[in-house]
Design a protein. Structure first.
Length: 90
């Protein structure tokens, strides 16, 4: 069980507000290129629909520990990207 005050929180945040902390998290984690905030922005701008994007930020205190970029559809939220070309599983 998480100590009081250390339980992660999840909130929807704007990409513009997340880019700096997300880039730091990306670099610290050694994540694959498809998890880079610039890749997500480029994908949305060229192949996706930025108007349907939602970014869930997972934080522990002030520290960003995860980001889930989602595209909102009529009946579900799905990960941003092409479902046939996902390449960012651990």
């Amino acid at each position: 069980m998480e100590p009081e005050g250390r339980r992660p929180t999840i909130d929807s945040e704007r990409l513009e507000d997340l880019e700096g902390p997300w880039l730091r998290l990306f670099q610290e984690a050694g994540a694959p290129p498809f998890a880079h905030p610039a890749w997500v922005r480029a994908w949305l701008d060229t192949l996706g629909d930025p108007a349907t994007a939602v970014f869930l930020a997972v934080r522990r205190g002030d520290d960003l520990i995860g980001v889930a970029p989602l595209a909102l559809g009529p009946t579900a939220a799905t990960p941003v990207g092409d479902p046939d070309v996902f390449d960012y599983s651990p």
